[in-house]
Write a protein that binds this ligand. Sequence first.
Ligand SMILES: Nc1ncnc2c1ncn2[C@@H]1O[C@H](COP(=O)(O)OP(=O)(O)OP(=O)(O)O)[C@@H](O)[C@H]1O
Ligand SMILES: [Mg+2]
Length: 510
Amino acid sequence: MSNNLGIVIGVAKPDQVTFESRRPVSLGEYVILHYGGSKVLGLIERSSITSDALGAAIRNYEEAFESRQVAEANKRDKSYKGHVRILGFLEDLKKGKSIIPSLPPEPGTEIYEATPEELSGVFAPDGSQWLGAGRLLRNPDVAARINIDKVVSRHLAVLAMTGMGKSNLVSLLAKEVAKINGTMVIFDYHDDYSTLDMGRNSNLMDARINPRMLAAEKLAAVIEIQENASNQMHVLRQAFTQDVRQKKGDDFWNALIDRVRAVGAEEKMYRETAAKVEDKIEDARRKFSNILDPGLSDPLAMIKNGKVNVINLVELTERQANIAVSYYLEEMLDDRKRATRNNHEESRVPIKFTVPLMVVIEEAHIFIPKEEDTDTKYFAGKVAREGRKFGLGLVIVSQRPRGIDSNILSQMGSLAVMRMVQQDDQMQVSAASESLSRDLIEQLPSLNPGEAVFTGQWVNLPTFVKVDEVKERKIGGDQKAVEQWTKLSQVKEMTKETSESYIPSGYLQD
Ligand SMILES: Nc1ncnc2c1ncn2[C@@H]1O[C@H](COP(=O)(O)OP(=O)(O)OP(=O)(O)O)[C@@H](O)[C@H]1O
Ligand SMILES: [Mg+2]
């Protein structure tokens, strides 16, 4: 049963009305209006309480003190007003269509609290593509679900300040996708996802790069030759011949070093440079032995369909990570293109991803930056533009939206936005999304960790959500410094006591 909440007053417009309420109302509450023969859903966007007796004209404390007694004695003194944005006919919203009635409601129209049943139809529709993400922020008895099909086909950006729950949301999505045997690839830059409990559907692996397959410039980047070291670049380019590329495993490194030495011997002016390049190669070969693998045949081989694949990037430098991510992206896009086009034909190259998949890139401001052209940016741009046709969805995650390439950001069909206070971040986000109104943007600084606004194609309506917390996550949590310091000093005290018992006094003076 709906509860009567108030009555429309003042100037009513088709898309917004003001009402006088029985009680104070909260921002973000949903209300129902009956007019034009249908139920219409509205959202409270502004709320105020005023008192006749305690008006702004009060000039001093005594007057305020006396007026308060008058106000308390008079039941009609307080006015609770709510400003409602009309969202559309309820029945249409349940189908994902927002149709605003052409006529405004008449002043005097009743306003009701929306019931959980009415809201569930819009925010938690039935259907296997709707996955659970949490509860409505102001109506916690109503589930908030998202349409995962739209994430795969139209992409998603998860944006918020640091520590506000971005990785928690991605973890939740990963767990939900695992439950329905979906395919997902997460590039895990901070080892945020290895502890997730996804039953048999999780597949953890370390990122690998095959140096033999790289262009000379990229090989230079992965073995940490500085970008501006043009002589070293020259030597490496000369040495990185087709012959060398043919060699497998350790033979590859040895052949490459032999060629570098040969270049140094042939061209006198490069002798010292060649020695430096040799050192770089030896260093990289040792330091990155578990990342650079000249024996690697197909980097996609370890990725599995129907699983959440977590590719650990922790040990990679930023440039290496960039090369690895772009390489995986390129291969995945190619594979999905072939899968879609050659559906009924014989494909000579075996198809890896026989079903659609979604790819998560954390730290998107590093991999897909505004100012610079990176390899990942090139392929992420392609996926953002073309992925829709091939069933390859992109999820980009960042605490620095102002640093992400605007073109790619604007291709993201859905957004999850959490607390965000910086104005240039807010502006970038609002430029990327039509459905994030100024009113919603103004709410962003007041959100708490785990509270989010979902907009775009994956929801029927812009939605304030309290995202469920994923309990088994350990790493993303804040470090508790004082607790750890205290523990350390307790351990020190204990070892001091036990040491004192057998170490002659005098040893422990400082
Ligand atoms: N939905 C939630 N409910 C309750 N607490 C949450 C929620 N989401 C996040 N938190 C809390 O906030 C902490 C940080 O969350 P998370 O690691 O997801 O943030 P983040 O936005 O990914 O941060 P960063 O930018 O540093 O990667 C979590 O450890 C948890 O304590
Ligand atoms: Mg995170």
